[in-house]
Design a protein around this ligand. Structure first.
Ligand SMILES: *Cc1c(COP(=O)(O)O)cnc(C)c1O
Length: 241
C-alpha cells in the first residue's frame, strides 16, 4: 500500500517536472539558436538542494542526469536513498576543509574550487580514493553579494596550479554573477567568464571545455554567451522552503 502511494506521488511529481523541463528545453533551444549553437551542447544540472531524494528520483524519471547540491551533509542523507541511480553528482557550494573527504567520496565533480588550499586538499583526498577528480574553478566576477569564487586576478595562478595536480582534472570554469531583475544586465559577466576561459586555456595550454553559468532567472542569456552547463533549481523543482 505504502509503495503504491509512494509511486503515485513520484508520478505526480514527475509530471510536474516533465512539464517544467519541456518549457526549459524549448528556451534552451531558442537561446542556443540565437547564438548559432546546438541545444545538445548544453547540459542541465538540476539543482536539487533542499528537495528530498524523491524529487531527485522524479527528475531522473523525467530524463535529467546531472544534479547539483551545495551541502555535503544534506546530500549524504539523500544519497543513501538513491543507490543505483545512474546520475552525475555535482557539488556546487562552498566546501569546508573538514568536509573535503566526504565530498570526494560522495560527488562525481566539484564545481566550486576557489582556492589553492581547497584544491590541494581535494587532490589529496582523490589520491586516497585512488581516483582522478574532475573539478571546475569558481570565479568571483565582481559579485558583492557572495564571497565565493577566486578573484579574477588570481584565477591564472590557480588554474596553473590545479593543472599540475595529478589527481585533479580541470574541466573549466563556473561563476555566479550578481542578481539582476533584468537578466540582460548579467550578460557582461557571462561574456567575461567565457573570455577568461579562452585566455586561461591558452595560457595554461589545456582545453577548458566546461562553462557552468546561468540559473533559473538568467540561463537564456548565459547560453547565448556560451554556457555549456546551466544550473537550474527553482524553474524545475519549484521554489525552495
Ligand atoms: C541554488 C543554486 C543554483 C540554482 O538556483 P535557481 O535560481 O533556483 O535556479 C545554481 N547555482 C548555485 C551555485 C546554487 O547554489
Amino acid at each position: 500500500m505504502w509503495r503504491m502511494l509512494e509511486s503515485r506521488r513520484i508520478m505526480t511529481q514527475t509530471s510536474a517536472i516533465v512539464e517544467n523541463l519541456e518549457r526549459v528545453r524549448e528556451r534552451i533551444a531558442r537561446a542556443a539558436g540565437r547564438a548559432g549553437r546546438l541545444a545538445e551542447e548544453i547540459t542541465i544540472v538540476a539543482v536539487s538542494k533542499t528537495f528530498p531524494a524523491e524529487a531527485i528520483r522524479a527528475a531522473h524519471e523525467a530524463g535529467l542526469r546531472h544534479f547539483g547540491e551545495n551541502r555535503v551533509q544534506e546530500f549524504e542523507a539523500k544519497r543513501a536513498k538513491l543507490t543505483g541511480l545512474d546520475a552525475t553528482w555535482h557539488f556546487i557550494g562552498h566546501l569546508q576543509s573538514n568536509k573535503v573527504r566526504r565530498a570526494v567520496h560522495l560527488f562525481d565533480r566539484i564545481d566550486s574550487v576557489d582556492s589553492w588550499t581547497l584544491a590541494s586538499k581535494l587532490d589529496q583526498a582523490a589520491a586516497e580514493e585512488k581516483r582522478r577528480l574532475p573539478v571546475l574553478i569558481e570565479v568571483h566576477l565582481g559579485n558583492e553579494t557572495t564571497k565565493s569564487g577566486v578573484a579574477e586576478m588570481d584565477a591564472a595562478a590557480l588554474t596553473e596550479g590545479i593543472s599540475l595536480l595529478p589527481h585533479l582534472e580541470l574541466r573549466g570554469l563556473m561563476a555566479i554573477p550578481p542578481y539582476f531583475e533584468n537578466s540582460e544586465l548579467a550578460r557582461p559577466y557571462f561574456r567575461r567568464l567565457r573570455e577568461l576561459r579562452d585566455e586561461l586555456s591558452v595560457q595554461v595550454g589545456c582545453p577548458l571545455p566546461v562553462l557552468s553559468m546561468g540559473m533559473s532567472h538568467d540561463f537564456d542569456v548565459a547560453i547565448e554567451e556560451g554556457a555549456t552547463e546551466t544550473r537550474l533549481g527553482t524553474i524545475l523543482f519549484g521554489s525552495r522552503r
